[in-house]
Design a protein around this ligand. Structure first.
Ligand code: SAM
Length: 217
């Protein structure tokens, strides 16, 4: 590992551990198809959101839930990047993508809910479309708060539960299926979770179900 030490969080509860194992298995299974399945979402605006947020990363940067590495092309030269995921198969795809881009990145298996890094060891922490899948998002976001420097930034792109009550209820029902079949929930209240994790939201761009959030500890 790249000069890191195991973080300070207590072990996850058995329920979270079990749910995480199921999520990890799903992403391992889905890794081969992930980019293909995500194509329409990328063209529907996610690509632009990635470019906008990831381009703001600066200094020593941690990306959690890097997946197949779709954000890698958007990091500015000079960013010192460590990128992590719980799924070895997704990480393998990210490794291929990084090789094709000749970008310097350290790829590591790590759970966002229990990051193996020292407190305040990153200038920027990035996560896109991750906290829909992490079983305990507040715990994960608290870990992001722990590892980012006090003057650093947490950059998030996430889809959230629709604010419209009817669509919100539809998302609740749909999430029963999406979490079982694929991994992500469609009804996460990420802004509330960010606050509950002790992060202060400095910027919030809301468009439909999408949120671009810049936060700090
Ligand atoms: C929907 S994909 C998003 C991948 C990538 N960030 C993107 O924008 O394309 C969610 C990713 O989060 C990862 N993941 C799920 N639970 C995680 C956890 N507890 N810690 C870190 N990564 C996790 C999954 O393995 C998967 O790669």
């Amino acid at each position: 590992m790249n000069g890191v030490a195991v973080g300070g969080h207590a072990d996850a509860s058995p329920v979270v551990t079990e749910r995480q194992a199921a999520v990890t298995r799903r992403y391992d299974r889905m890794a081969r198809f992930y980019d293909l399945m995500n194509g329409p979402m990328e063209r529907g605006g996610v690509l632009e959101r990635r470019r906008r947020m990831v381009g703001r990363a600066d200094g020593r940067t941690l990306e959690v839930g890097v997946g197949t590495g779709r954000n890698l092309p958007f990091y500015a030269p000079g960013v010192e990047l460590v990128a992590t995921d719980v799924s070895a198969r997704m990480l393998e795809r990210a490794r291929h993508r990084a090789a094709g881009l000749s970008i310097a990145v350290t790829l590591e298996l790590a759970d966002a809910q229990q990051l193996p890094y020292r407190d305040e060891s990153f200038d920027t922490v990035v996560a896109t479309c991750v906290f829909c899948s992490v079983p305990d998002p507040v715990r994960g976001l608290s870990e992001l708060r722990r590892v980012v420097r006090p003057e650093g930034r947490v950059l998030l792109v996430e889809h959230v539960r629709p604010t419209n009550p009817v669509l919100g209820a539809v998302a609740d029902v749909a999430s029963v299926l999406t979490t079982r079949l694929m991994g992500p929930a469609m009804n996460r209240r990420t802004e509330d979770n960010v606050r509950a994790a002790g992060l202060e939201m400095l910027e919030l761009r809301a468009e439909g179900i999408w949120r671009e959030i810049v936060a700090r500890p």
